[in-house]
Ligand binder design. Structure first.
Ligand SMILES: NC(=O)c1ccc[n+]([C@@H]2O[C@H](COP(=O)([O-])OP(=O)(O)OC[C@H]3O[C@@H](n4cnc5c(N)ncnc54)[C@H](O)[C@@H]3O)[C@@H](O)[C@H]2O)c1
Ligand SMILES: O=P(O)(O)OC[C@@H](O)[C@@H](O)[C@H](O)[C@H](O)CO
Length: 436
């Protein structure tokens, strides 16, 4: 259903689809992407989502008051087109652990999907839950456990499914990480090993699906939200660009929606698509989040029309593209990205994109720089990105500090004196953002 204005929400007239997907990380992106694909799939009436926020309950409360229904505002440079999305049938705060355990344990649940941010997969975050998981092997019931992290909650819930005989299922990571299914497998596997027998059960019953996800979905300011609440009579609207892509690799032992009928693509070879998206789109966003802010810009659309930022993005893309298959249509992809970044009606804040920047630098900029250096080139554009990031973080005041920071991104680059020197040279030319 599409329209250009006024409320679409109304009430559900047909029965809500049965919950067969549990989502962890109810935020803007899940609603513009996976929930949208599920709602548009040919078998949408068979696939409902129970979505759990990571931390705050406010969005879940607003959605619950609307039977899970919400308005997706597809924002092009010229206009807004609104769609009513009905695939989320229940929304919960992250603290509703009993409900989450019951949903994951239900034999009817076939998929658990995640958008929990890149940082949420690191052991630095999840290790806090190892004692909680150990306690499950010492007689504590999953329903009495008190995990604190998203993956801790997920692993407690998998133990509940194992004990209840709920059978095989697929975990689908939709976070912007290379090999996100593999990263999830490693993180879940290492937590599951703390519970006797669970590691083996996970290996046998859990499929880790990787996916490359793409749809620019900015966090809305309070003013933007208020305007949309007024316009659509919806307390939980979400705004996204018209473009959308989802490339998926992996098995779904308990079935899945016909997402391909909504435009998703299934492949056995995700790597090139994933690298193209993460290096070119997210890498450029990561670059702009530093350089753009140093140059006084607030949003991607503002930064990309600054010739200095555009030049830096182009130079970084040249370096990245040397390590991507030409058959992926790189020139067209770059041109299309520039159009997407320039969309003046998408207010994508650089400060939002700059969160957890070290994690992102490690998996986006460092791999390109390493490949350039291995090929005998300077990686000058990557060195400039690293210097801009250090300036925003207020780090790298002298050569040893630069070396330390670069080594934290990549041991190989940290040991590369020429690269470290290039970063240091660039760093001396830019002042700290924090000092402005
Ligand atoms: N917004 C986009 O354009 C976009 C596009 C592609 C992929 N993604 C991926 O989706 C993720 C979420 O983006 P969003 O726009 O929905 O953000 P959001 O802030 O709207 O929602 C993020 C959700 O994750 C939860 N969360 C945050 N930090 C967490 C943590 N450490 N552990 C567990 N849960 C946590 C939050 O509580 C919230 O439920 C991104 O980090 C990215 O990996 C986003
Ligand atoms: O937090 P990040 O860096 O993974 O992502 C911020 C944006 O680059 C990202 O949300 C893009 O808009 C998205 O990946 C587009 O598909």
């Amino acid at each position: 259903m599409t329209t250009s204005s006024s409320s679409l929400l109304g009430e559900r007239t047909a029965a809500a689809p049965p919950v067969r997907i549990v989502h962890l990380g109810l935020g803007a992106f899940h609603r513009s992407h996976q929930a949208w694909y599920t709602a548009r799939a040919a078998d949408a009436e068979q696939w409902g989502i129970a979505a759990y926020s990571g931390r705050r309950a406010a969005l879940a409360e607003a959605l619950s008051a609307q039977q899970g229904l919400y308005t997706l505002v597809v924002r092009s440079p010229d206009d807004d087109r609104a769609e009513r999305i009905g695939s989320i049938v229940r929304a919960h705060g992250g603290s509703e652990l009993d409900r989450f355990l019951a949903d994951v344990a239900a034999p009817t649940t076939a998929i658990v999907s995640l958008t929990i941010t890149e940082a949420a997969y690191s052991s630095a975050e999840t290790d806090v839950d190892v004692p909680v998981l150990r306690s499950l092997g010492e007689g504590v019931e999953p329903t009495d456990a008190e995990p604190r992290t998203a993956l801790g909650r997920l692993v407690v819930a998998l133990e509940g499914r194992r004990r209840g005989g709920g059978g095989s299922l697929a975990l689908v990571s939709c976070d912007n990480l290379p090999d996100n299914g593999g990263v999830l497998r490693a993180a879940v596997g290492s937590l599951a090993d703390a519970v006797p027998g669970l590691g083996d059960w996970v290996e046998e019953h859990v499929s880790f699906v990787s996916s490359s996800v793409d749809r620019i979905t900015p966090r809305l300011s309070d003013d933007e939200t208020a305007e949309l609440v007024d316009r659509y009579g919806d307390r939980a609207p979400v705004v996204a660009e018209p473009f959308s892509d989802w490339v998926i690799a992996g098995a779904f032992p308990a079935g899945r929606p016909q997402w391909e009928t909504a435009g998703a693509r299934f492949t056995d070879d995700l790597d090139p698509w994933e690298a193209r998206k993460l290096w070119l789109l997210n890498g450029a966003h990561t670059l702009l989040a530093s350089l753009g802010r140093l140059r006084g810009h607030l949003t991607v659309a503002e930064a990309i029309v600054d010739t200095e930022c555009l030049r830096a993005v182009d130079a970084y893309w040249d370096e990245a593209c040397r390590h991507l298959p030409v058959a992926l249509g790189l020139a067209e992809y770059r041109a299309a990205l520039l159009d997407r970044f320039r969309n003046p009606r998408i207010r994508h804040l650089l400060a939002q994109i700059g969160l957890d920047a070290d994690t992102k630098m490690r998996v986006r900029i460092a791999p390109v720089a390493e490949r350039e250096r291995r090929a005998g080139r300077s990686a000058a554009a990557c060195a400039a990105v690293v210097a801009a990031w250090l300036a925003v973080e207020g780090q790298g005041s002298d050569l040893p500090a630069v070396r330390l920071a670069v080594a934290d991104l990549s041991a190989v680059l940290g040991a590369d004196a020429d690269f470290v020197e290039a970063v240091h040279r660039n760093r001396r030319q830019v002042g700290d953002l924090t000092l402005r």
